[in-house]
Design a protein around this ligand. Structure first.
Ligand code: 5CA
Ligand code: ZN
Length: 423
């Protein structure tokens, strides 16, 4: 599937350090390295309805910052993102609104692309819809059955009486591979059970070996989308989709698996489990998660409907650079609540920076030692677990006192923060 056009990224005056990121699996901040000059990134994409709210935008902006830092460190980035274009909540929304689920997914994915382009988010090289890779997923499920990591569960509501939904055997994976429950999340079992039930899991399903075993393949039911596959007609479970897309497009050994903290469990835990069961190797070096953006007292979410949409803000005339600045004002790992004051602060900040840049004389745009030092400090702040609030403060300090705005600074703000303050 096509992604969206890439913004220009100016070259920097100096090379930056390799970024360091908090790894959920170790609880430590670690270097996010490349292998042979390439850094692999897989970020969980949208389920295409109610796109793109500020929570989505904040998550993709965090990984955009990482992408920009890797480039600044001289690495090539191999970036893949998925679109969960068939899933229960999407089907429910399509039914509730009387729209064909394919049309809903296509129109919302288009809206998302437009928002990403306006926000100047660097596009993934591979933008993969689940419906494009159902064959590959079916084959992976067949492999997991063949190697004893998956089992069938009686499914009375299936169209064929003897058909069975396929589940992942967590206990077997923990015995036979380096993966174990909690490897990534470090959650205790009570938390896992709670989150599994809230986030698409079915702990009560009769016939499972462990209530936490996740669905790999849902056999065909009347009235639901289905595809033929190596394991019969049906559709994929959620975690195996991301495991297969990441393995096929970023490879076995890649730097960062990313998404919001609402995906730590069960989604990322089991994507890693499935991938490890398929390859015998650990999945991704760093498991990175963004904090949740709230609005009106609750996590901004489709199910609650408390959404601030990027497209609505844009339609109301809000400059996309202001949206970026408002989000960058919060550290990517913090949970925070959006209010209109965020946009007001960002508007004032952009105005101050733009005014300073406009006042600088043409002949004063040549680089100075101070300007080069500022770029170095920006790179250091951002490479330190993407400390965007610190980077913005450094820039505020510069713009408060400086009478010149050399091109190296304008270009660094563009290359690292994705904001062009001068023509
Ligand atoms: N399609 C799945 C991932 S495979 C999914 O979670 N889709 S989503 O549309 O619900 O979310 C898209 C991305 O935005 C995910 O990485 C999710 O963790 C993140 N996200 C969702 N809500 C918020 C929020 N309120 N704040 C920050 N990030 C969020
Ligand atoms: Zn995912």
């Amino acid at each position: 599937m096509h992604s969206w056009p890439s913004p220009d990224v100016p070259a920097l005056s100096s090379r930056g350090p390799v970024p360091r990121l908090f790894n959920q699996a170790s609880g430590q901040i670690e270097a996010a390295p490349g292998t042979d000059g390439t850094a692999g990134l897989y970020v969980c994409g949208i389920t295409p309805y109610d796109a793109t709210h500020l929570g989505h935008a904040s998550t993709y902006l965090a990984f955009d910052t990482l992408n920009r830092l890797w480039r600044a460190a001289g690495l090539t980035v191999s970036y893949t993102q998925n679109v969960t274009d068939v899933d229960d909540p999407l089907l429910e929304r399509a039914t509730a609104t009387g729209v064909d689920w394919r049309e809903l997914a296509a129109s919302q994915t288009d809206l998302f692309r437009g928002d990403m382009e306006a926000l100047r988010i660097l596009p993934p090289a591979n933008y993969i819809a689940v419906t494009e890779v159902v064959d590959e997923i079916g084959q992976a499920v067949a492999e997991l059955i063949g190697s004893g990591f998956a089992y069938g569960v009686p499914t009375p509501d299936a169209r064929n009486d003897d058909a069975r939904d396929v589940y992942f055997d967590s206990a077997r994976a923990a015995e036979a591979t380096s993966w174990f429950l909690g490897l990534e999340s470090r959650y205790d079992r009570a938390t896992m059970l709670d989150q599994f039930a809230q986030r698409g899991g079915d702990p009560e399903r009769p016939g499972k070996r462990d209530p936490l075993d996740p669905l790999l393949w849902r056999v065909a039911r009347d009235g639901e989308p289905e595809w033929p596959s190596a394991v019969g007609a049906g559709r994929p479970g959620w975690h195996i989709e991301c495991a297969v897309i990441a393995l096929d497009h970023v490879g076995r050994d890649f730097a960062v698996q990313g998404g919001g903290s609402d995906l730590i469990f069960p989604h990322h835990e089991f994507s890693a489990a499935h991938a490890t069961a398929l390859t015998g190797e650990p999945f991704a070096s760093i498991h990175a998660h963004t904090g949740m953006v709230a609005y009106q007292g609750e996590k901004m979410s489709k199910s609650l409907g408390n959404l601030v949409l990027v497209s609505k803000l844009r339609a109301a005339g809000v400059d996309a650079r202001t949206i970026r600045l408002a989000l960058l004002g919060h550290h990517y790992r913090s949970d925070w609540e959006y209010t209109d004051a965020d946009l007001e602060r960002a508007t004032a900040r952009l105005d101050r920076w733009m005014a300073a840049a406009a006042m600088a004389d043409e002949h004063e745009t040549a680089s100075t030692p101070d300007a080069v030092a500022l770029v170095t400090r920006l790179l250091e702040a951002l490479a330190d677990d993407l400390d965007t609030p610190r980077a913005l403060t450094l820039l505020d300090e510069w713009f408060e006192t400086a009478r010149v705005v050399p091109a190296v600074i304008v270009d660094a703000i563009d290359a690292l923060l994705g904001i062009r303050i001068a023509a």
